[in-house]
Ligand binder design. Sequence first.
Ligand code: F6R
Length: 614
Amino acid sequence: MCGIVGYVGAKPAEGVVIEGLRRLEYRGYDSAGIALVDGGTIVSDKRAGKLANLEKAIVDSPLPQVTTGIGHTRWATHGPPTDRNAHPHLGRARRVALVHNGIIENFAELRQRLESEGVEMASDTDTEVAAHLLEEQLETGVDLTVAMQNVCRDLEGAFTLVAVDSQDPDRVVAARRNSPLVVGIGEGENFLGSDVAAFIEHTREAMELDQDQVVTITREGVSVSGFDGTPAEGRRYHVDWDLSAAEKDGHDWFMRKEIFEQPRAVADSLLGRRGTDGLLQLDEMRLSDQDLRDIDKIIIIAAGTSFYAGMVAKYAIEHWCRIPVEVELASEFRYRDPILTASTLVVAISQSGETADTLQAIRHARVQRSKVLAICNTNGSTIPRESDGVIYTHAGPEIGVASTKGFLTQLVACYLLALYLAQVKGTRYGDEISQVMDQLEEMPGHIETVLAKAEEVYALARDHVDNRSVLFLGRHAGYPVALEGALKLKEIAYLHAEGFAAGELKHGPIALVEEGLPILCVVPPRGRDQLHDKMISGIQEVRARGARTLCLAEEGDTAITPYADVLITLPQVPVLLQPLVAVVPLQLFACELATQLGHDVDQPRNLAKSVTVE
Ligand code: F6R
């Protein structure tokens, strides 16, 4: 997500901060800003767009040569990517400058309180409230470290905050809760960064912090405490990566890094969705409850991986809300003269928010007076801008061309939409909705469990480097997972890979099966006995014809053992949520196979991250 840099030392802070931000550019961003402490005042500049815009502004209007500063590259979440929403944000007396990564869940109530006290907000962000709160604290006479501890105790959500106080130019203070922050330890200088890439050219000595800790850096040293002020110790370590590995957090590919970021991305996409009354709230839904009650049909339009997320959404929405759902490829949609009315809800799923096929499809739907809701990962992009409402996913920027964390967070948004519709239409009781939310909130832990077995999957991938063809089988919500597993393999390993609904095998595809053909089988949980048994029959059919069955099945599923040449276990989760865990081994499999084949995993041949032509 956002990039954060903090510095105090002997060098000109402007250079260190801008260079640090450049090293963090790979994280993706849509605006950049800097604040320096200059003899009792804060000097700041911030610009929408690339870092070059900020640098140009600084050339036109130079900053003072001082040695304490903070900087930020923003990936918009609350409010579009504009100059005013860019960080740093200042308190009303311009005493504090603050940058932030993450989401402050209770910002709306804090904002309301500040506004009632006469504070005028200068941005649409959740961040700005924290700048005002810090300044309020400093006015009581405490220092910036104590102010940060006090403010953090009142914040909910996930955040990294880094701040400077104009009256205390030798100190930079940061805090973290469920959001990245590392300290760089130098000689007579210290650094803060979202990751070590921010300061690796200055020092390779780093310090890791725990959750809910505040860190203060000065020229002389680093001190750490809990949010309650209890002194604490950070964990020091030496970084032996080069810059390119540092950007990828030690991984060889952005795609692999993004696969491992999925627990965090899923957790972030669930943040702030339950109100204090326990009801689901989708802040940028913008469609009224009455609009949603009037909906009698949903058409989901999307392309590629996003289309497969839409297929999962169909199972969830129809089951929980009893509304008919069609899922349509965006590129086909408007050419078949679809039946659209004012009571049709069109849901456009797009990670980038710029896919031309999807954009043209929603334009067509709006002309027919249907309501359009976007599910998107890119704040301020065209598709959400042209939609009636939006559910933003919080995957952070996805750099690998093949979508991974984008897909998982789209699934989360689809489940949220389904549950929200169930709440509004009353097709599920409140406690049933809460139960599914509880289960969703357990998913990051389950995804971690799957990732912990990555080596097992890598070994399996290495065993298959000589195969030219791989099939994938699934049923129910596992069918789109099979399609997504096959797409990943096509995209980055350039192998012939096909996904099938297990029940369709006997209607043709089974003719493809020959001795030794690897077939990855996504076995549904046992709760739905018929589904599970039918899947086992499909697996038996292909195995009887010589296929090598590589099965993904839930922990404790002994019924599958006799039919699995290889068994990869998944955590026990409800059938509709299983895609969130089942797709992860398939991503790892494709990533490792493509690596073994010597392909450029992050930039596969012929593919673009954002397909802006029809
Ligand atoms: C697959 C992939 C593509 C995209 C598709 C839609 O790994 O990345 O199939 O899913 O091009 O892109 P968005 O979601 O940006 O509309």
